[in-house]
Design a protein around this ligand. Structure first.
Ligand code: ZN
Ligand code: ZN
Ligand code: FE
Length: 759
């Protein structure tokens, strides 16, 4: 990654230090350096280039060969890009670099307290790009004409701001102001003013880099609860921004590797284990982890320096809508939520939510891939270098799309739930931008098997319009392929056993799948094992109301007399208040109760049985996350449940009778629910490791892949990964794209590419 990151001026400076002659230019594949000089000088130049590239660059490989003749210039020059070369230049937005940070806190610097300070090593990128090439005229900076001093920096290859497209200063760049419902607020310094209002218990909308945040004092329970009420966000955890690492240690544990994630140029939200109850309880009710981030723009650094404690920084929206990006929109949509607005006049062109990551034993995991991470391209195995241009449309929830081009996959930022009209509009807009930016006319379009996903329909229309070939990819096959792709597996690698634990996805037999063991690769798969199908009473209702799944699971495990089996337990008491007879009837008659092998619904059923979110969950995964938090403290002293698996020739069917029988026994003997939750997690991982080992050994397979939304459960992921690694398997997990449906588009792209090459 060498374009749009200050690579050529960096090369220029190194070459000049080593007194080399020659030139540096971009071409379609990367950067070409032609250099003449003494052998020792050339070696020193290459070594320094390799050891200390510019902060945002990434060098995958350097190829070198001897040049004949004489240098084209007596000195070293940066020349314009080679004719016809596509200069993409679209890189992720990057957190404020140390040099810029020092400038904004230095009273002698002309950028002292300037909220839009940036340079070639940091600042907005994807969030401000309207079109290509990536020049100032094609960004949200077009309306700001550089002053003489900024222009001089921009034109000087020796300067850190050489060709920094968003370069700006207080004289010529974007400005901040504070307003409320009545209009602009007169004040000396909008940041000091908003900080005072936040400290006094106010709620402020703050325009950031990829959208508006809603901010309030994270220690003040009254205002956090009020923010939840106004935003109509019942329970989904709120992210917190802390001034620095020492402030974080006041409420969360943090390891050096987690610190590296937090402080890197992507500056994502990182989920950290809570250690102190210093924050308001409403920040993350029922959760053992808090989503924390550090300031990543000068505006945030200045704001955090002006308030005492950490701030809640949650997306500026109502409930599930996409966050606001335009000033007008923020005024209108946040008028019932926020008391004041910290505004600026640089447009946000592309909405980018905060990325969310977590550090697990197998490595870093991306839960939401957006600001700071997208659209960083992912190099694929060499077998994909001649694939036709391909666009994969992604899923329905947590949607993203993916372009496959020149052997690379470019996965878009997280766009959200396509059922939301505004999100769908953003999704279409982003596809248009990416197609323009990467000069891309798809020859092949990949969609999910599900005919009713908005992404499927839009993909069908696009294929129709462009004449591209349409390929439908099974949901869990795409999850598996996504994991294989990010590990550089070749198209012909067809011998991986995938354990895909997921919510819901349409299967090749038209039933709903979710807990799947798949054997194969990009080219195809066998469904060698799966969770036993259990009814989803009420379809979508079953996703919102966990107790429905408890009824379905108990009825499936114990048959007609299931109520007798649970008599006298806390589960029976929980269900006594609910319309169980209606649910039973739906299941018996098969009316609006499709069968599904979902892993997500098993977790919902177990959570509700143990009294965790039985009535309803505000978002998918809430009950499962709370169940995991309940289990976490008991892992050491709780033994796994033993779960038996039927195998008579066909696929292994994982049924839950023994599990539920053991849970009911434990409840009857008064075992703590946390211990039961721990035994459930460990038992599930233990059983999956045993089943996978048996299948893999029988098939002569040594490589396993773990994917699907339920793999975001740290206990299941780490136990399973540990058990399989111990048995000597190579175990692949996802770390470049989410294991949830956010990573689906990558999997669809590679499956479709292989199917396309086979045509
Ligand atoms: Zn900088
Ligand atoms: Zn200026
Ligand atoms: Fe999925």
């Amino acid at each position: 990654m060498v374009q749009g990151v200050g690579f050529r001026p960096h090369v220029w400076r190194l070459a000049r230090d080593d007194r080399l002659a020659g030139q540096v230019l971009n071409d379609g594949a990367g950067v070409v350096i032609e250099a003449w000089g003494a052998a020792a000088a050339l070696e020193s130049f290459l070594r320094r280039l390799r050891e200390a590239p510019p902060p945002l660059a990434r060098i995958d490989a350097i190829e070198r060969e001897a040049l004949g003749g004489a240098p084209p210039y007596p000195d070293f020059r940066i020349v314009e890009s080679r004719e016809g070369a596509v200069s993409t230049g679209v890189v992720p937005d990057a957190a404020t670099c140390p040099e810029c940070l020092a400038e904004i806190f230095d009273p002698a610097n002309r950028r002292y307290r300037y909220a839009f300070t940036n340079c070639t090593h940091c600042g907005p990128r994807l969030s401000i790009i309207r079109a290509i090439p990536y020049d100032r005229a094609n960004t949200a900076m077009a309306g700001f004409t550089m002053c003489a001093e900024c222009a001089a920096e921009y034109g000087d290859p020796a300067d850190r701001r050489f060709h920094a497209q968003p370069n700006a200063c207080p004289v010529c760049g974007p400005q901040l102001w504070l307003e409320d419902r009545r209009g602009p607020i007169e004040c000396d310094d909008p940041i000091t003013e908003v900080a005072e209002r936040l400290t006094a218990g106010g709620i402020a909308a703050i325009k950031g880099i990829g959208g508006f945040h809603l901010a309030c004092d994270a220690r003040n329970e009254g205002v956090v609860a009020e923010l939840r009420r106004r935003k109509r966000r019942e329970s989904k955890p709120l992210a917190v921004m802390a001034r620095n690492v020492s402030q974080i240690t006041g409420f969360c544990a943090i390891s050096p590797a987690e610190l590296e994630l937090l402080g890197g140029p992507a500056a994502p939200i990182v989920l950290l284990d809570k250690v102190e109850d210093m924050l308001a309880p409403s920040v993350a009710p029922g959760q053992g982890r808090i989503g924390v981030m550090l300031p990543y723009t000068p505006l945030h650094h200045l704001l955090m320096a002006a308030v005492e404690g950490p701030l809640v920084m949650t997306s500026g929206n109502l409930s599930e809508e996409p966050q606001a990006t335009a000033n007008e929109d923020a005024r209108a949509r946040l008028s019932g939520i926020s008391d004041c607005w910290l505004m600026h006049d640089r447009d946000i062109v592309n909405r980018l939510d905060d990325s969310v990551m977590r550090l697990d034993k197998p490595g870093p995991q991306i839960l939401r891939r957006a600001r700071g991470l997208a659209p960083d391209p992912l190099p694929l195995a060499s077998g994909f270098s001649h694939a036709r241009l391909l666009l994969a449309m992604g899923g329905e929830l947590k949607s993203s799309f993916c372009l496959l081009k020149d052997g690379q996959a470019i996965v878009s930022q997280h766009l959200g739930d396509l059922e939301e009209a505004a999100t769908h509009a953003d999704y279409r807009k982003a596809i248009g931008l990416f197609r323009d930016t990467f000069r891309f006319e798809p020859e092949c379009v990949a969609v999910d098997l599900h005919p009713d996903y908005h992404s499927t329909r839009w993909g069908e229309a696009l294929a129709e319009e462009t004449g591209a070939r349409l390929v439908r990819v099974q949901h869990h096959h795409a999850h598996l392929a996504s994991c294989l792709a990010e590990h550089g597996m070749e198209p012909a690698d067809d011998a991986t056993l995938g354990i895909v634990l997921d919510g819901l996805g349409l299967g090749t037999d038209q039933t709903i799948w979710g807990g799947e063991i798949l054997l194969g690769g990009y080219g195809g798969f066998q469904r060698v094992g799966h969770f036993a199908p259990v009814a989803l009473p009420g379809g979508a209702q079953a996703m919102r109301e966990p107790w429905r799944n408890t009824v379905a699971h108990l009825a499936a495990a114990f048959g007609e007399d299931w109520q007798g089996r649970i008599a006298g337990t806390t589960v029976a008491r929980m269900l006594a208040e609910r319309p169980v007879a209606m649910i039973e009837q739906m299941i018996r008659q098969g009316v609006n109760a499709p069968l599904s092998s979902s892993a997500g619904r098993l977790f919902d059923a177990m959570a509700a049985a143990l009294g965790v979110c039985p009535d309803r969950q505000g978002y998918e995964g809430e009950a499962a996350m709370a169940l995991e938090a309940l289990a976490a403290p008991h892992l050491r002293h709780a033994g796994p449940y033993s779960i038996d698996v039927e195998a008579e020739g066909g696929p292994r069917i994982i049924a839950w009778h023994d599990l539920w029988a053991a849970v009911i026994d434990d409840l009857n003997s008064g075992v703590e629910t946390g211990v039961i939750a721990a035994r459930f997690h460990l038992g599930l991982a233990d059983m999956l490791a045993r089943v996978a080992t048996a299948i893999a050994e029988a098939a002569g397979i040594t490589r396993l892949a773990l994917s699907g939304g339920v793999m975001q459960n740290r206990i299941v992921l780490e136990s399973l990964h540990g058990a399989l690694t111990e048995r000597g398997f190579e175990v692949l997990t996802q770390s470049r794209v989410p294991a949830n449906d956010g990573g689906l588009s990558l999997g669809q792209a590679v499956v479709a590419a292989v199917s396309d090459q086979g045509e």
